[in-house]
Write a protein that binds this ligand. Structure first.
Ligand code: ATR
Length: 286
């Protein structure tokens, strides 16, 4: 990766995250630590942007000379129409979480799915090729993950959703990208026998509803990999049960770190200091 041109006339590189609400975002602390560790003169700020001001806020990226921003809830879909270019992944997924400003040209990327897959590969399953994967949920988070997963040539992807039709629709939409099938969440037993990895993309089990689980953990085969996008709590009830069954577990903290790492690399052209970022995020959690 080469050095990125960021001609701000000697001013710091400006970065931020747009969302509503934004006060609890861990991105400023994570990117602030990364910039400092790399010796870069930059500022990463939380930007409280309401939906009615999204268009002006995006124009403001150019006007104020921001090098880039992250985009979070509730703007990831809506923001797409205000950008100049979209990366292929963002187009397929239908959502953008990272904007890069190249001399006034704004390009939208989605680093959530690739960030998640990089975390899964670095932390638990280096090679996803040929693996059978059960994905729970078929919303925005699932789309990012499944798209990135399909690039890794898995053997089979089963999408299970409470509303079955949405899983069937997604499987049909992306049938040309790989072996992907949809089913109802209450019908997963049929598919769990030969599964290698289960990924929960729903918010079931997230704080404060920490007792809830998206599926009956008795359905999980012993010894597989079970991953949950949730990182509050770091060990969901699903992961706790999976661990008791001898499964390898993986939580959503890595997804958050690596989606940020990709964004940092796009903006700065430097390798993200992932350990520094992890320490900063963990240090900011209660
Ligand atoms: P996100 O961007 O976090 O993925 P989303 O696009 O609203 O949010 O998608 C939420 C996903 O979690 C959906 O797959 C949803 O299932 P439905 O399509 O049936 O609504 C799933 N989900 C949310 N709450 C759930 C619950 N209590 N039980 C099972 N699935 C749930």
């Amino acid at each position: 990766m080469g050095e990125v041109v960021n001609d701000q006339g000697g001013l710091p590189m400006l970065l931020g995250v747009m969302g509503d609400p934004i006060i609890h975002s861990k991105s400023p602390v994570m990117h602030g630590a990364a910039l400092a560790a790399c010796g870069l003169d930059g500022k990463y700020v939380p930007l409280h942007v309401q939906a009615s001001h999204l268009k002006e806020a995006v124009q403001g990226i150019r006007a104020l000379g921001f090098r880039g921003v992250n985009v979070t809830v509730p703007h990831k879909v809506e923001v797409m129409k205000y950008l100049d270019l979209l990366d292929d992944g963002a187009k397929y997924i239908g959502a953008v979480n990272t904007i890069v400003n190249d001399n006034g040209v704004l390009t939208g990327y989605n680093t959530d799915g690739i960030g998640y897959i990089r975390s899964l590969q670095e932390e638990v399953v280096p090679h996803l090729s040929g693996k059978s994967v059960l994905v729970l949920g078929s919303g925005g988070a699932a789309r990012g993950i499944i798209y990135a997963l399909l690039q890794e040539n898995p053997g089979k992807v089963i999408v299970a959703n409470r509303t079955q039709q949405k899983a069937l629709d997604l499987a049909a939409e992306w049938a040309h990208l790989g072996n992907i099938y949809g089913c109802a969440m209450n019908n997963v037993l049929e598919y769990t026998k030969d599964i290698d990895i289960v990924i929960n993309t729903t918010s079931v089990g997230m704080f404060p509803n920490v007792e809830e689980m998206p599926i009956d953990p008795n359905l999980l085969p012993d010894g597989i990999v079970v991953s949950d996008l949730i990182y509050n709590p770091l060990k969901t009830e699903l992961l706790r049960h999976a661990e008791l069954k001898g499964c390898q577990i993986h939580n959503g903290l890595g997804m958050f770190l690596y989606q940020g790492a990709y964004a940092f690399e796009y903006w700065t052209g430097r390798s993200a200091p992932i350990d520094v970022m992890r320490t900063a995020v963990l240090g900011s959690m209660n």
